[in-house]
Design a protein around this ligand. Structure first.
Ligand code: ATP
Ligand code: MG
Length: 715
């Protein structure tokens, strides 16, 4: 029967198999963490190809991060071999960029359009705000960028922003500024991240023939992490699936953690409405984690009210209890984590099976410091870390100018880097003249007729600069692009600039530039490389080396590790103070979903820790363990800690799971060390008790000063 022909089906359980074999029509798989949703998706993909329903290039598969795309590509590669190369596999953004480049002229761009990063967006918003005569102090460019992003996430063009929304920005001029911003983007031949989707949707809507082509091409659509799609992404999917309805989405409402980016769990309900014939499949068996881990995660998420609700079970045995460690301070916490890692490594476990998952990016530093100190190989996954460094960004701006002369933002960034004696006035003069003549700045700068009235020195500097760019562009036609980039770094003076600088960082920057050239050479062409840079989320992977991963909880979605460290489980850190302040209970529930995501990344071992003291701006502040710690059921948790805090709690009959009624309950020794309770954190300003009973004042959003204890308490 089928199982012999398709061996990859054999390992699936009945529900998974049903989800894989329901090839035609809409399918929605709603299931908890580790139940094999992603596995269903990859197997389904293999099955589509294997049964001849579709060729690889007729399948569109959407993942949430580039890292997830890579992992899925590997999984699929194992299932169907070399054929995976033709797949349309990637994030919404990368897929949209790919489609847009083919039809760029239909939306007022050319195929070499630039994808702007956040810095560029802010610079552009600033220009727009200034040009409109809006008070920049009252309406900072960042605010406008945020609003535009939000509107794009909802799928609104400038004309579609509802009055009430538009009125919240720049006294009702929000929509006008948005329109001006879009116009300027077109002039620059550029798109921001939100545009990739918006322009693709506009393309589909305004050119039904183009849409029809893509609908015919993508016979099957697969979407992972569906709970985190925003409205624009949903609209895009619906347009593509409209003709055939062959769309399969998998997701978990308990793992929805991107509402701040406009993601809407409502899309799950909308799916069932838009595709009423949808097959809805639920998976309940978890294959990833042991019993204690699963039970602990389940107990935490059970505190959320807004849930569709589901059960999970595992056949895997109880395993180790979730370890909860109280530490004296952040340094001790980092030491503790590295000790456990070394211990596990000594037992033969590989570092790549371990991850430290933090709530906020800044938390990585303590672990990075510790790992560097003891020589523990690690990588920080996620963020644009490497490509965000200034020296790298300068080099990238040069490359962008070589490929896209119209990239005025790149021009402004590097025309005087390294310093060529071009003041702001000269650059302004070029900008004004270029705009008047309707030319890119790079082109205008080369023309003394267009830009008049410059001093000879500035004139010569501009001439040199434009000649260099033109020279490298010309060189690209007959030399390897890596070689051209190397020349560019030398001839532009970028390398020299760091060679002459005698700071400790300068060598690191030179190393980064070398690494940059190495990366460029991995790509077929310079445009392909720049495309990669624009889209890539996580870059610091040196393949093959055994390393501990450090990443944010958001970045860890969909991944799994044998051992997961979850540090910083303190009120204000996690749940994050701002999430609570800005979105109240919704914010708290989203933080709790994040806790659920964190714990469920673990296959065998979850290690949660918190510190009793944190150093913030040279002050010692005492911290309160996260409410999520208390929501962990005692029977699935193993408490330990040198501070004795937790042991004390247990000895005193500490009751986990469930919030204490009296925020200052003295039953727990820990409560006595609290400066203020989480409940009062949300109040505007409150008075709370310290260890010795004296009252301190706590300001809104701020931290109170706690007396530094002499050393780790015993027992
Ligand atoms: P998440 O919600 O975290 O994204 P998921 O539902 O996508 O999780 P997967 O990552 O697909 O879950 O699967 C979790 C783990 O369980 C993986 O290691 C996967 O290989 C394994 N697994 C899934 N289904 C089975 C099965 N039928 N037999 C054995 N292992 C399985
Ligand atoms: Mg998954």
């Amino acid at each position: 029967g089928a199982s012999h022909a398709h061996a990859y089906l054999d390992g699936l359980n009945a529900e998974q198999r049903a989800a894989v074999e329901a090839l035609d029509g809409p399918v929605l798989v709603l299931a908890g963490a580790g139940t094999g949703k992603t596995r269903v998706l990859t197997t389904r993909l293999a099955h589509l190809v294997d049964t001849g329903r579709a060729r690889p290039w007729q399948i569109l598969a959407v993942t949430f991060t580039n890292k997830a795309a890579r992992e899925m590509r590997e999984r699929v590669g194992r299932l169907i071999g070399a054929e995976e190369s033709g797949l349309w596999f990637g994030t919404f953004h990368s897929l949209c960029a790919r489609i847009l480049r083919r039809h760029a002229e239909l939306v007022g761009l050319t195929s070499t359009f630039t994808i702007l990063d956040t810095d560029d967006q802010v610079r552009l918003a600033k220009q727009v705000i200034q040009a409109a005569g809006v008070d920049e102090k009252r309406w900072p460019p960042k605010v406008l960028v945020g609003a535009i992003q939000r509107w794009k996430d909802k799928g609104w063009q400038p004309g579609q922003v509802p009055g009430a929304e538009a009125h919240e920005v720049a006294r009702g001029r929000g929509a006008d500024l948005y329109a001006a911003y879009q116009k300027r983007l077109k002039e620059l031949n550029a798109a921001d991240f939100g545009d990739l989707l918006m322009e693709c949707i506009r393309l589909f809507r305004e050119h039904p023939d183009v849409l029809a082509d893509w609908q015919r091409r993508f016979r099957y659509i697969l979407v992972d992490e569906y709970q985190d799609t925003n409205v624009a992404q949903y609209l895009w999917l619906r347009l593509l699936a409209q003709a055939h309805h062959n769309i399969c989405c998998v997701g978990d409402d308990d793992q929805s953690i991107y509402s701040w980016r406009g993601a809407e769990v409502g899309n799950i309900l909308r799916f069932e409405k838009d595709f009423p014939e949808a097959t809805v499949i639920r998976l309940e068996r978890n294959y990833r984690s042991t019993g204690h881990i699963l039970a602990a995660a389940g107990a935490v998420i059970a505190n959320n009210e807004e849930r569709l609700g589901k059960t999970l079970w595992t056949d895997d045995g109880e395993g180790e209890k979730v370890r909860v460690q109280g530490c004296w301070d952040g340094d001790e916490e980092a030491r503790f984590v590295s000790d456990v890692i070394e211990h596990l490594r000594a037992q033969g476990m590989s570092l790549s099976d371990m991850a430290v998952l933090v709530r906020a990016g800044h938390q990585t530093r303590a672990f990075e410091d510790r790992f560097v100190t003891i020589g523990m190989p690690y990588r920080v996954v996620g963020g644009l870390r490497f490509f965000e460094r200034a020296e790298v960004r300068d080099a990238l701006a040069y490359m962008r100018l070589i490929i896209t002369p119209a990239d005025d933002l790149a021009f402004e960034r590097v025309v005087n880097v390294p310093k060529r004696g071009l003041g702001d006035t000269s650059v302004q003069a070029v900008a004004v003249a270029a705009r008047a003549a309707g030319l890119p700045m790079l082109v205008a700068a080369a023309d003394p007729v267009v830009v008049g009235g410059l001093r000879p020195k500035a004139r010569a500097a501009l001439a040199d600069f434009t000649r260099m760019i033109a020279g490298w562009r010309e060189a690209l036609s007959h030399e390897p692009h890596g070689e051209v980039v190397r020349q560019m770094l030398d001839e532009s003076g970028l390398t020299g600039m760091w060679q002459t600088e005698k700071t400790p960082e300068a060598q690191g920057r030179l190393d980064n530039l070398k690494e940059l050239v190495r990366t460029v050479e991995e790509f077929d062409s310079l445009p392909a490389f720049l495309e990669h840079v624009s889209l890539v989320m996580d870059t610091d992977t040196r393949a093959g080396e055994d390393m501990v991963s450090i990443m944010t909880l958001h970045g860890a979605k969909g991944l799994e590790f044998d051992t997961v460290f979850l540090p910083g489980w303190e009120e204000g850190v996690f749940p994050h103070e701002r999430a609570l302040e800005e979105s109240g209970r919704d914010g708290l529930e989203e933080e709790r979903r994040l806790a659920y995501v964190g714990i469920t990344r673990a296959r065998r071992r979850a290690v949660i820790s918190f510190a009793a003291n944190r150093r913030v701006y040279n002050q010692w502040l005492s911290a309160v363990p996260s409410r999520f710690v208390e929501e962990l059921p005692a029977e699935h948790v193993e408490l330990s800690g040198q501070t004795g805090v937790y042991g004390g709690n247990r000895a005193a009959g500490w009751q986990p799971a469930g919030r204490r009624a009296d925020p200052y309950a003295q039953t727990s020794p820990y409560a006595q060390t609290e400066v203020y309770d989480r409940a009062t954190r949300l109040a505007d300003d409150v008075t709370a008790r310290t260890i010795d009973g004296t009252a301190v004042r706590v300001e809104r959003g701020g931290m109170s000063v706690a007396p530094r204890r002499p050393g780790p308490a015993s027992g």
